[in-house]
Write a protein of this length. Structure first.
Length: 392
C-alpha cells in the first residue's frame, strides 16, 4: 500500500493559481488547465528547488519532509529534477542542472503567448517532467500534441507520469533540434529549452502563419528572451516578449576552453591596457536585465564572465569563440574609470564598449524592442523592425 503524503487542502496551490491570474502571467482561459494538471504529479520524490533568497538549489525529499516538498511544488520557483545528464548520484545538488520543472509563471506565460485555438497541432520540444506536454494535451485534446525529449530516462519517466494522470500526448525520444516530421505540419512549436539557433526543421515543420515560441539567446551570457516568431515561406520572424533563463538544448551547448588557455600566467603583463568610463552600475546589471542580452546581439562570438566582487574590485572577463582573444575590465569602488586589459587578434572590450554605447544611445531598449528573423541564410537580430537588422 502506497502512503499518500499529500497535505490537504493544498492552499499553496490554490494561492499560486490566483497569483498567476492576478499578475497576468496566466490568462484566464488557461486556469482550468492549471487546476487539472497538477505540477506535483510530475515531480520525482527527490528534487532541488531554487532558493530565491539564497540564490542556490536546496535538497527536498518528499519521504523525509512532505510538507516542504509540496510547498516547493506549489511555489513559483524553478525545481531541478536532474543533474549532470543523469550521471549525478546522492542527495546534494550536482554540478550542472540538466532537467527541471520551470517556474509556473514562465510556463503559463509562454502557453499564453502560443495563442492556441481549438484543433491546433503542437510540437513541444523538451519534455522534461511532462507537465507542459500534459497542459497542452488538456487544452488541445487527443492526437494534437507531440512532445520530444533527448534523454530517454527523462522521457520514460515523463511518459509514465502523463499516463498515470490520464494525459496522452505522443511522447517521442529524440533530438528536439530535428523536430518530429512524422506528426507535422504543426500550428505551433513550443520549446521549453534554450536555443542559440532556431532550427530550420522547426520552420519547415510549421504551417505558414503558425508560431514558434522559444527561449533564445547568444553564447555571450545566460540571458535569454522568449522569441515569438511567425512562420512564413521558409523563414520566421517576430519580437521577443520577455526575459528568461532556460537550460540549453544539448546539441547547442557551449564548450568553452579553460581560462588558462586564453590568459597564460604572464598574460596580464603583456596585454594592451587602457581605461573606460563605463561604470559597474551601468554594466553589471544582473539577471533578466536588457544589457547582457543586447550586448550578445551586437558582439559576435564572445562570452562574458562576471566574477564576484572582492575587496571592492570586480573583474569582468571576455573570451573570443573564434580565436583566443580575451579582455578584462576591472571595476573598483570609488574610482571613476575602470582599467582594461586586452590581448589577441580582436579587441573584445572595444567591441563590447561600442555595443554598450550603441544600446545607451538608443534609449537603453528593453528586450521587447528587439526581434529575430530566421532564414535559410542565417539569423538576423533587429530593433523595432526588421528594417534595422544585422547578422548574428
Amino acid at each position: 500500500m502506497t502512503r499518500d503524503h499529500s497535505p490537504a487542502p493544498r492552499l499553496g496551490r490554490e494561492g499560486l493559481g490566483r497569483a498567476l491570474v492576478e499578475t497576468c502571467a496566466m490568462s484566464s482561459d488557461w486556469a482550468p488547465t492549471f487546476a487539472a494538471v497538477d505540477r506535483a504529479a510530475f515531480l520525482p520524490g527527490l528534487v532541488w528547488p531554487f532558493d530565491m533568497e539564497r540564490g542556490t538549489s536546496v535538497t527536498v525529499d518528499r519521504a523525509a519532509d512532505p510538507g516542504a516538498w509540496y510547498a516547493a511544488a506549489d511555489s513559483n520557483i524553478p525545481i531541478v529534477t536532474q543533474w549532470d545528464d543523469g550521471r549525478h548520484t546522492g542527495t546534494e545538488p550536482g554540478r550542472v542542472s540538466t532537467s527541471s520543472s520551470s517556474m509556473p509563471s514562465v510556463v503559463y506565460a509562454m502557453l499564453r503567448t502560443l495563442a492556441l485555438d481549438d484543433g491546433m497541432r503542437v510540437l513541444d520540444v523538451g519534455t522534461g517532467t511532462g507537465e507542459t506536454a500534459g497542459a497542452l494535451f488538456h487544452r488541445c485534446g487527443p492526437g494534437r500534441v507531440t512532445t520530444i525529449e533527448v534523454d530517454r530516462s527523462v522521457s520514460e519517466q515523463a511518459h509514465e507520469r502523463l499516463t498515470t494522470a490520464g494525459l496522452h500526448p505522443q511522447v517521442v525520444v529524440g533530438d528536439g533540434r530535428d523536430g518530429y516530421a512524422a506528426a507535422a505540419p504543426y500550428d505551433r512549436v513550443l520549446a521549453t529549452v534554450g536555443v542559440r539557433e532556431i532550427p530550420g526543421t522547426w520552420i519547415s515543420q510549421t504551417r505558414p502563419g503558425g508560431l514558434i515560441v522559444a527561449p533564445w539567446g547568444t553564447h555571450y551570457s545566460h540571458a535569454d528572451a522568449v522569441a515569438r516568431l511567425v512562420v512564413g515561406d521558409g523563414e520566421a520572424s517576430g519580437h521577443f516578449t520577455r526575459p528568461v533563463e532556460f537550460m540549453k538544448l544539448r546539441a547547442q551547448r557551449l564548450s568553452l576552453p579553460g581560462h588558462g588557455e586564453y590568459v597564460p600566467a604572464e598574460g596580464m603583463a603583456r596585454a594592451d591596457t587602457s581605461t573606460t568610463t563605463v561604470t559597474e552600475a551601468g554594466f553589471v546589471t544582473g539577471k533578466y536585465t536588457a544589457v547582457p542580452f543586447a550586448l550578445g546581439l551586437r558582439v559576435r562570438d564572445c562570452v562574458q564572465a562576471v566574477a564576484d566582487k572582492r575587496e571592492g574590485a570586480r573583474p569582468v572577463w571576455f573570451y573570443g569563440l573564434s580565436d583566443r582573444s580575451w579582455a578584462c575590465v576591472m571595476f573598483r569602488d570609488g574610482e571613476t574609470e575602470a582599467h582594461v586589459w586586452q590581448s589577441g587578434p580582436r579587441r573584445l572590450w572595444d567591441e563590447v564598449e561600442e555595443a554598450y554605447r550603441w544600446w545607451v544611445d538608443r534609449g537603453e531598449p528593453e528586450h521587447t524592442r528587439f526581434g529575430l528573423t530566421v532564414t535559410p541564410d542565417g539569423q538576423r537580430a533587429w530593433i523595432d523592425s526588421p528594417a534595422e537588422s544585422w547578422a548574428i
